[in-house]
Write a protein that binds this ligand. Structure first.
Ligand SMILES: Cc1ncc(COP(=O)(O)O)c(C=O)c1O
Length: 356
């Protein structure tokens, strides 16, 4: 077999041990899921469609794209849906990257940018974080002639830190028109800073080199359905549509997504829970002498010394968390917020792990 060297040399994906079902003893705080579960409206829509799943879904996901566009004052031609936003990252890379090209990203950010770019034979140029957040001036300085795509994760996974509107506007001004800026906003609904950058007006004004990536996997609690989406100029949407597998978004995902969008109560409850959990962790981690990174997401990252050993100790005590050495942040772990009761028990488990 003529395997491609740049794919063969990628690290193999190691799936986390599955944690599910009422009998599972391990509390999974490792994937930034919604501990409150899916929206009841989404569950009802999902169940109602069960008898129809012998049919293919709408290949254009028009109803869902229309609903997503209507939420922000854009038409469906500005929206693309995908099998999780992870698939959209792949489509972007397939569409825009090839051998000899460069993709610019932070080191200490969502790992898919690196893997997908390299998969396409492009060079991944990584710029270190500053204060746990994207160093946009340094990233602007790292732009080269062959840079085709820039990834900005805001809020950033795994640190949770954000960049503000002024910094992002300065960055936009520095990036050439023919370089795509991928603003990955998987956690946007959890962000609380008042100057969080709103790039939708840029799209309404016709900007072509920005795509906003969002997902139903986090605040909407539909991670298992796999549903992501992007807002961008119709020209880019049309281009990415040529790369997209036709039936990439399943029928249950389309109907549950539309129902979830109509459930503000669930969204507000989930946001309030994350914000309360953030305050809880901030207070209790500091009580243990730890320094949580100031984040605006549904998880918290902090330094523990030996991230692998602490992760193993927590696992023995019933909690799955994410060690961040593999993300370029040795010594840190990332913990997704659980239910109130899980959060309380987690702090006790962490204290016992650190004392051991
Ligand atoms: C920053 C970021 N982008 C994209 C994704 C992918 O999300 P999805 O489940 O929609 O593929 C994640 C998932 O953790 C994420 O943290």
């Amino acid at each position: 077999m003529h395997y491609k060297e740049h794919i063969q040399s990628l690290p193999a994906y190691k799936p986390a041990k599955l944690v599910s079902g009422p009998s599972a003893e391990l509390v999974k705080l490792s994937s930034n899921e919604n501990p409150l579960g899916p929206s009841p409206k989404a569950i009802a829509a999902f169940q109602a469609i069960a008898g129809e799943i012998h049919r293919y879904p709408d290949a254009g996901a028009l109803a869902l794209r229309s609903a997503l566009g209507a939420k922000v004052g854009l038409g469906p031609e500005h929206v693309i849906c995908s099998n999780g936003s992870d698939e959209l990252l792949l489509l972007i890379c397939l569409g825009l990257l090839g051998e000899g090209d460069e993709a610019l990203m932070a080191s200490g950010t969502f790992i898919s940018y690196l893997i997908r770019s390299r998969e396409l034979g492009a060079r991944a140029v990584q710029v270190p974080l500053r204060n746990h957040s994207h160093d946009l001036p340094a990233m602007a300085a790292a732009l080269r002639e062959r840079t085709r795509v820039v990834f900005v994760c805001n809020p950033n996974n795994p640190t949770g830190a954000t960049v503000g509107a002024a910094e992002v506007q300065a960055f936009l001004a520095a990036v050439p028109d023919d370089v795509l800026i991928v603003m990955d906003e998987a956690y946007v609904e959890f962000a609380t800073r008042t100057d969080y950058p709103d790039l939708l007006p840029e799209l309404r004004a016709g900007r072509k080199n920005v795509i906003l990536l969002r997902t139903f996997a986090k605040i909407h609690g539909l991670a298992g359905l796999r549903l992501g989406y992007g807002y961008a100029h119709p020209e880019l949407i049309g281009y990415l549509d040529r790369v997209r597998p036709v039936f990439n978004v399943s029928l249950p995902a389309q109907v549950a997504g539309i129902a979830a969008l109509d459930d503000d109560e669930h969204l507000e409850r989930s946001r309030a829970h994350a914000i309360a959990s953030r305050a809880f962790f901030e207070h209790r981690l500091r009580g243990l002498g730890l320094k949580p990174i100031a984040g605006e997401t549904n998880f918290v990252a902090f330094a523990v010394g030996d991230d692998a050993a602490v992760t193993a100790g927590l696992r023995e005590r019933g909690f799955a968390v994410t060690p961040l050495a593999g993300w370029g942040l040795p010594g840190l772990i990332r913990v997704s917020f659980g239910t109130e009761e899980q959060n309380e028990r987690f702090i006790a488990a962490l204290q016992s792990t650190l004392e051991a």
